[in-house]
Design a protein around this ligand. Structure first.
Ligand SMILES: [Zn+2]
Length: 120
């Protein structure tokens, strides 16, 4: 890592909320998620220059989860996914049904929402 490059701050991973970091080799850099099971990263490698770091950070930070998806909306969205999975088993496949349940749980887990929040 070149010592004269300022590393811009990075927003958390938009998919799992984990910290992001600059992954640099001897000639280029990209931003990726620190969670070992999450493969989120900037699509490209960028030049190992200040401008390269700035663009990589800017592109990564644009993918932040929108603020309008607040806790109440996440609860409703998760409930809607579960509702679809429950109500339309003959329209969707078993795999799709399971995926909807997993998506609902992922949303709730990420926001720290537990059963008490959902029932109230
Ligand atoms: Zn991630």
């Amino acid at each position: 890592m070149r010592s004269d490059i300022l590393r811009p701050s990075l927003k958390p991973c938009p998919f799992c909320g984990s910290e992001a970091f600059f992954n640099a080799d001897h000639r280029s850099v990209k931003v990726q998620c620190s969670h070992e099971d999450c493969e989120a990263e900037t699509g490209s490698w960028y030049p190992l220059t200040q401008k390269g770091y700035d663009i990589a950070a800017s592109n990564w930070n644009k993918r932040e989860v929108p603020q309008y998806l607040n806790k109440v909306k996440v609860i409703h969205l998760g409930s809607a996914l579960q509702g679809i999975a429950d109500q339309f088993p003959d329209v969707i496949s078993v795999r799709q049904q399971k995926a909807l349940y997993v998506a609902a749980k992922l949303l709730w887990d990420r926001e720290g929402i537990d059963d008490a929040d959902i029932l109230s």
